[in-house]
Design a binder for this molecule. Structure first.
Ligand code: GAR
Length: 221
């Protein structure tokens, strides 16, 4: 696939950027239908900025703090940058800023987010703590299209892990993060290649290869 056919992606980050890194590395593969054209951080000290630059990706900081409560003013600056960079798709990757309905509307059907839980369970923060407190036996991560409501929107892909009896927040988070790094690039590949369509708020996926269709936890021996 030539570079001119690839979807141009901007990744929005606020922190360490491990999902960003997974996307950047996946997009290097020949035939990947998207190229990471831009990384934007709303925090100047986000660790991911350095990593993106090391990969030769253009980075920009648009600090959200100076805009205070004027969310739209921040988003207009962001939108200007995305437009100037001819971005087709936006991936939120640990971007810790609520987006207004105005901005979400600009990117309807073209903006993805990753959330560390099996949505619609555990929207919001502290997902691993809450999953452990509830004693769920299966937990995971979700890639979804962004809609105005937080941690909602058509689900593109999910990955699950078995919760172990001796899991701590840290051990569970680490296994879920490894799943995130697998499903975010796979979901982006699917979306960028036109493999999904949204129907009545639900994401329909073109037939894909066989998947393991059962995860039972705990395994009884
Ligand atoms: C990831 O675990 C991501 O799922 C989560 O923040 C982390 C960012 O890590 N996102 C959310 O909780 C959004 N609601 P990263 O910067 O290493 O990708």
């Amino acid at each position: 696939m030539s570079d001119t056919e690839k979807r141009r992606v901007a990744i929005l980050i606020s922190g360490r950027g491990s999902n960003m890194t997974a996307l950047i590395e996946a997009a290097k593969a020949q035939g990947f239908p998207a190229e990471i054209a831009l990384v934007v951080s709303n925090k100047a000290d986000a660790g991911g900025l350095k990593i993106a630059a090391q990969h030769g990706i253009t980075t920009t900081v648009i600090e959200s703090r100076p805009f205070g409560t004027d969310r739209e003013a921040f988003e207009r600056a962001l939108q200007d940058k995305l437009t100037a960079s001819r971005i087709d798709l936006v991936c939120l990757a640990g971007f810790l800023r609520l987006l207004t309905p105005w901005f979400v509307k600009q990117w309807e059907g073209r903006m993805l987010n990753i959330h560390p839980a099996l949505l619609p369970a555990y929207r919001g923060l502290h997902t691993h703590e809450r999953a452990l407190a509830d004693g769920v036996k299966i937990h995971g991560a979700t890639v979804h299209f962004v809609v105005p409501e937080m941690d909602a929107g058509p689900i593109v892909m999910q990955g699950a892990v078995a919760v172990r009896a001796d899991d701590t927040v840290e051990t569970l988070a680490a296994r879920v993060l490894a799943v995130e790094h697998q499903i975010y690039p796979d979901a982006l590949r699917l979306v960028a290649s036109g493999g999904v369509r949204i129907e009545n708020g639900v994401c329909r996926t073109r037939a894909t290869g066989p998947a393991d269709d059962r995860l039972i936890s705990p395994a009884v021996i």
